[in-house]
Ligand binder design. Structure first.
Ligand code: FES
Length: 80
């Protein structure tokens, strides 16, 4: 299966989380600070929000808690 991240295709395995798939793909900047600096998943258990992304228009989705679905459109989430 696959999904897009910031417009680029990412291959994924069924049952893994978005965060795991993005890390396996070597993505930097899963989310972004107010200044646009990259943030990466940290706790991997839903508490820090450093893995926040936008999924199919839904903002502030924690990628470490979200299973991959084929065809998802995922973007970095930026803190404003
Ligand atoms: S990595 Fe901390 S909430 Fe997802």
């Amino acid at each position: 299966m696959s999904f897009s991240f910031n417009g680029q295709p990412v291959a994924a395995h069924a049952g893994e989380t978005l965060a795991a798939a993005l890390m396996a793909h070597g993505v930097e900047g899963v989310s972004l600070t107010r200044d646009g600096e990259p943030r990466q998943p940290l706790c991997n258990m839903g508490t820090c929000f450093d893995c926040a992304v936008t999924v199919d228009g839904r903002s502030l989705v924690r990628s470490c808690l979200t299973p991959v679905e084929d065809g998802m459109e995922v973007h970095s989430w930026q803190n404003h």
